[in-house]
Design a protein around this ligand. Sequence first.
Ligand SMILES: Cc1cc2nc3c(=O)[nH]c(=O)nc-3n(C[C@H](O)[C@H](O)[C@H](O)COP(=O)(O)OP(=O)(O)OC[C@H]3O[C@@H](n4cnc5c(N)ncnc54)[C@H](O)[C@@H]3O)c2cc1C
Length: 545
Amino acid sequence: MAASQQAQASAGTAPALDFDVIIIGAGISGMYQLLRLRELGMNVRVLEAGTGVGGTWYWNRYPGARFDSESYSYQYSFSKELLEEWNWSEHFAGQPETLRYLNYVADKFDLRKDIQFRSRVKSAHFQDASRTWKVTLEDGKSYVSRFLVTAVGPLSAPTMPNIPGTDTYKGESYHTGLWPHHKVTFEGKRVAVIGTGATGVQTIQEVAKTVGHLTVFQRTPNWCKPLKNGKISDAEQKALKARYDEIFKRCDETFSCFLHTPDQRGTFDVSPEEREAFLEKLYETQGFGMWQGNFKDMLTNREANKVISDFVARKIRQRVKDPKVAEKLIPKNHGFGTRRVPMETHYYEVYNQPNVELVDITETPIERVTEKGLKTSDREFEFDMIIYATGFDAVTGSFDRIDIRGANGLALKDKWKSGIETFVGVQVDGFPNMMMLVGPHTALGNIPRSIEYNVDWVTGLLKHMKERNLTLAEPKREAVDEWTNFVREKAKGLLSNEIDSWMTGVNKNIGKTQRTIARYSGSAPDYRAWCDRIAKNGYKEVALR
Ligand SMILES: Cc1cc2nc3c(=O)[nH]c(=O)nc-3n(C[C@H](O)[C@H](O)[C@H](O)COP(=O)(O)OP(=O)(O)OC[C@H]3O[C@@H](n4cnc5c(N)ncnc54)[C@H](O)[C@@H]3O)c2cc1C
């Protein structure tokens, strides 16, 4: 911004705005928010670190990356025309197809003209006098806007393992969340994969198809469930299209916006035979059914959870030939569904291949990465390639990587030091005019369903302000307390909040060992009812000036 404009802004006269709204991130959230704000006639700029749209599906090009939500329950629902035009080839589409879809959306709605790529935001500072945000990129350029919308993603800040020597390794090495755009091959190569979360599982089962030798380094095994993916025929696609209204209505009604919803029976309401048959059916069902559509007490009743975990453990023992390897693959420190359940296709059978080895790093920890490979406490390994499937600094990570300062220079990191506090997961007191999309404390689940709701709600608030010439929105402290307390109450009694995982804010690779309540664990319909009530009553919980 020119010096004269800055002077004008700080003098308290009408501020010089580069944009009405700056959105950080051009994933599913940022793209849709851009579209909706354009409809309000706002001047919007999206700042995106990558060179293209798609967020998650732009960055995660690793082998085997794909949805665990059904392609058709995950896609945008806002445009009938788009729904009619796009055909999905698989029930759970792979990353290349999803990225093609998001590029198609960007073309169709001419989004790129307002997106600035290769633009990583380094800082965002609220300027009290002018009620504006000053957003600065890593290259030093800065822009001023009235509103700041963060669309930075809940899983978009990749983390490396906390192992010395990663920079000394001379072979090929890749983080799954920063996968290169060039073709990577595994034929004849000795490959290491570190990490067995949802991404690690997808990577391992794909790399194993062509690899020379694969060594998997596992710290925590996860309970995985067969995805049961399949092609969508033309006839099926036609039938699905005819049901889109019904599909999205169902997603609106279920707890986590998936097509699946918990069975209304308790685990012990049925006979052991009936239970076994039900679990068997769920195990064979496509997608997240066994996680999201299981007995209603699976995630709250320890005994119920144990019965279901034992069922899945039996499956693992049946599928993995070496009993010692099978035992290593069975989680012992958490029950089924209490962490994000990776979906798999022949994952367990990979360990029956003679060229695949599983190393349990709780028994023999990795001491360092060497020039040629890895050294554990008992062995030296040589590899042609190391793949880090070590995940993300989830939910708050992408916020922490930006120096965000609100009124009076308060840093967001400091604000959240002793616990995250938000107003419906969209705003934070002390950070006026900042709106978060799928940030902490919002309903996540089948995420695009939550994104569309979040974006529409934020759009509604900005429309309300525009119509009244209002320039400042900050949630009232009582409203923040009320929502934060509600989120904390909802977290009580859930087995998933009693274990370490990215969903409880734990990431040992970066020293985050304290559990936090970063997610809203109530139902999506309850979340929407809360937010709808606020909008209907004229946003009384927000100080608007
Ligand atoms: C491998 C994988 C599989 C997944 N599968 C599913 C699934 O099956 N179902 C489901 O519901 N969810 C899934 N998710 C979650 C997924 O992240 C969301 O579904 C969705 O893509 C989130 O969209 P978003 O636009 O909010 O964030 P993202 O897609 O993460 O986009 C955020 C964007 O912000 C940009 N950004 C961040 N910080 C900055 C900065 N400082 N400056 C500039 N740009 C920045 C990033 O570059 C990125 O492009 C998956 C996630 C991963 C990683």
